[in-house]
Design a binder for this molecule. Sequence first.
Ligand SMILES: Cc1ncc(COP(=O)(O)O)c(C=O)c1O
Length: 428
Amino acid sequence: MGVKEQYRDYVMTGFVKRVEPVVADHGDGALLYDADGTEYIDCFAGISVTNAGHHNRKVLDAAMAQAERLVHACSYVYHVESVGALAEKLAEITPGDLQKTFFGNGGAEAIEGAFRLAKRFSGKNEFLAIESSFHGRSYATLSVTGNSGRKKGGGPYMPGVAFVPTPYCYRCFAETTPDKCDMLCARRVGEVARLHLSGSVCAFIAEPVMGEGGIIVPPDDYFKRVKEILDEEGILFIADEVQSGFGRTGKMFAIEHYGVVPDIITMAKGIADGWPLSAFTARAEIADAFQIGDHLSTFGGNPVSCAAAVASIAFLQDGVIAESARKGAELKARFEELQRAQPLIGDVRGKGLMIGVELIADPATKAYGTAAGAFVRQYCLEHNLLIGVGGNFGSVLRIQPPLVISDAQLDTVFGTVADGIAAYASVS
Ligand SMILES: Cc1ncc(COP(=O)(O)O)c(C=O)c1O
């Protein structure tokens, strides 16, 4: 039986209707190869994970060396060198005075842990989140996920959660334009906390650049304004950097673009170039609120994953993030230029190599280009390019390649996406 038949008969696939017909066999930098040898430029990086590139020699060597010594001991029962080294490194690279880290396995687990810690520290239990957000697929993380498409069939959800409008300038809920913006979306954070919850608001969680929601980039002053309000109300700020972290936006963490220090930061995906690992880091005074018996994860802080993360971060810091910021800015500028000639492109957004191209069905109404998104994604696949599609209505093309992608490869990416959009325009 082949792998496609095994998937059909034995693998639970609860996300897409049809797993892509690609058999991911091996990778190299920004390239992914099918078992039949077909080469793809991978502009989705396993959903924004392999930031240091597929088959990164430095990361592999570090992971292999650790695997030869020890694969697992339980990092919360015994001391493990790679765990200590990574925790110290995260204290250095996370903003401000964030210092102590708890390690888990996936993004949702990090957020669940961050919530538990925030409750312990604050003695409160309600949460604020953003309407188009995505934070994971566990009970608590789906409860604070605003993207309703992701929540179907999973309710009822956790009580004590309220949502604030998405800071989505292209589709501003206040119907204002950026030049007249008075940051009503930020001001709503305080109002919603007071009006829609019961006075026990523990934390506000937000993605500094929103991934699944369609690469939504909040306005420059958004988080400064929100943080002032949160501080006035005594509410913690949890920055969910699961998707936007580790150089994805051209800085180590996306919140650095906003000059704001969160109280807790959650991480996963790009942390270890594909080895399963997640983390949340908090100020020491917050971290110390955990009491004996409060929190553990059997596999959390796996020694091999932590060794891979230390090597991956060192690799990214060695000029790779700065270069990816340049490459991302150039690619975004090319899409902006294309937008001026192509009415199907409603908006081009992003920072670094986290770029969204929002397609619309009708420039007059900005109707979501859902069919266009599906078409272009399929066109790219048929032309050896893997991209993602996001947004609440699947109308945003997501370009999130390994940060090591070359200029020549990005040239091909731009050409293929532009051709795909033109092909849709000619048949629609
Ligand atoms: C911003 C954000 N938070 C949390 C998660 C959940 O991560 P995981 O799938 O590793 O649980 C995701 C996954 O896409 C995400 O994008």
